[in-house]
Design a protein around this ligand. Structure first.
Ligand SMILES: NC(=O)c1ccc[n+]([C@@H]2O[C@H](COP(=O)([O-])OP(=O)(O)OC[C@H]3O[C@@H](n4cnc5c(N)ncnc54)[C@H](OP(=O)(O)O)[C@@H]3O)[C@@H](O)[C@H]2O)c1
Length: 258
């Protein structure tokens, strides 16, 4: 029995990739999980893990509000994310460039507002999905050139990270005791649909295989299943209540970033 037994969780983008692995891990720890995504058929994977499914768009404030009213969650995971166009800037149109803002940032805005407006019950956690790419230009180890096909992704993922801080300020001011935290997977994962598209674009540009690209840049594979397991640990272990953002890398425990 863990501290997640009978907790109620909502996972946006819970039908595939990292979100599906989070769903599976939370279910394995005894949580009641509701997965939200747009494609009904793909949600069968979450249903197979014992989750309830809501078909809809995570940027729809009405849908997220009614999901929160129905589930009354202790845990809200804002993971839904758009695909990157994975093209250099000169080959993107505005829709390509802004897709991440219109999905990831908007869905985070909608989810955070719903959590603050309801508000969620005291002691609840809201996890926002950012990316290690958000640290480019503040971390010399990440070369801007290596992210040249990411369009609006960097700013969007930095924005959702900062939104968690903004939300914590409101939570403190209003004495809500709702904690907003940020997940920062620090390696591209070719094991998700989104990650595969990006890894393939860079590998093709470099004339190498996806495997060579991932191992050349990161030295190892970060598997979505590890992220899923570590999100469950992060929610269960009180040691992870102290920080706002946690980095996730292959083979190590989540590490605090701020
Ligand atoms: N893969 C990586 O290397 C990596 C690294 C760092 C961070 N991340 C972040 O992790 C998150 C998940 O990425 P992933 O690689 O697992 O992506 P993925 O395999 O493409 O899965 C995306 C999930 O989000 C759902 N989704 C997309 N738009 C949605 C919307 N408007 N409303 C509801 N659900 C929506 C998708 O289902 P439907 O399309 O059916 O709605 C799917 O369930 C994203 O925020 C991504 O930016 C990924």
């Amino acid at each position: 029995m863990t501290g997640l037994e009978n907790k109620r969780a909502i996972v946006t983008g819970g039908s595939a990739g990292i979100g599906l692995e989070i769903v599976r891990s939370l279910r394995a720890q005894g949580a009641e999980v509701t997965a939200i995504a747009r494609n009904d058929a793909k949600l069968d994977a979450a249903r197979d893990a014992g989750a309830r499914a809501i078909v809809g768009d995570a940027t729809d404030a009405g849908l997220i509000g009614s999901a929160i009213d129905t589930v009354d969650p202790d845990i809200l995971i804002l993971n839904a994310g758009a695909r990157l166009a994975a093209k250099t800037l000169d080959r993107q149109n505005w829709d390509d460039f802004s897709a991440i803002w219109n999905t990831d940032v908007r869905a985070t805005f909608v989810g955070i507002q719903a959590a603050l407006h309801r508000p969620l019950r005291p002691g609840s956690r809201v996890l926002v999905m950012s990316s290690g790419a958000a640290m480019v230009m503040s971390l010399p180890a990440i070369k801007p050139e290596d992210l040249r096909m990411s369009g609006g992704y960097i700013g969007a993922k930095r924005m959702v990270w900062f939104m968690a801080h903004q939300a914590n300020a409101v939570s403190r001011e209003r004495g809500l005791n709702v904690l907003f935290q940020v997940l920062v997977p620090a390696q591209l994962m070719a094991g998700t649909e989104l990650g595969r598209v990006v890894a393939t674009a860079y590998a093709d540009a470099e004339g190498i295989t996806v495997e060579e690209h991932i191992l050349g840049r990161y030295g190892s594979h970060l598997e979505p299943a590890q992220v899923g397991r570590q999100v469950a640990e992060l929610l269960d272990d009180p040691a992870y209540r102290t920080g706002v953002a946690y980095g996730i890398r292959a083979g190590v425990q989540p590490f605090p970033l701020d």
